[in-house]
Design a protein around this ligand. Structure first.
Ligand SMILES: [Zn+2]
Length: 63
């Protein structure tokens, strides 16, 4: 299962797109982008919640 995450879908003026295998590692990469580029230190749980809220099922990677 692949997942495509667009930073602008999460409220930023940003063209960053992350696409790949739906893994926790990918979610962490997206989380790190928020921190490094936008200075927002979300928890991994918060990012999972945000992605889930956009209609993506993350059942398979939940701890
Ligand atoms: Zn961004």
């Amino acid at each position: 299962m692949t997942l495509k995450l667009r930073c602008k879908d999460y409220g930023f003026e940003c063209e960053y797109i992350l696409e790949g295998e739906k893994t926790l590692e990918m979610i962490e990469k997206f989380r790190n982008h928020f921190e490094e580029e936008h200075g927002i230190d979300y928890t991994i749980e918060a990012v999972i919640q945000m992605i889930t809220n956009r209609g993506h099922s993350l059942e398979s990677i939940k701890k």
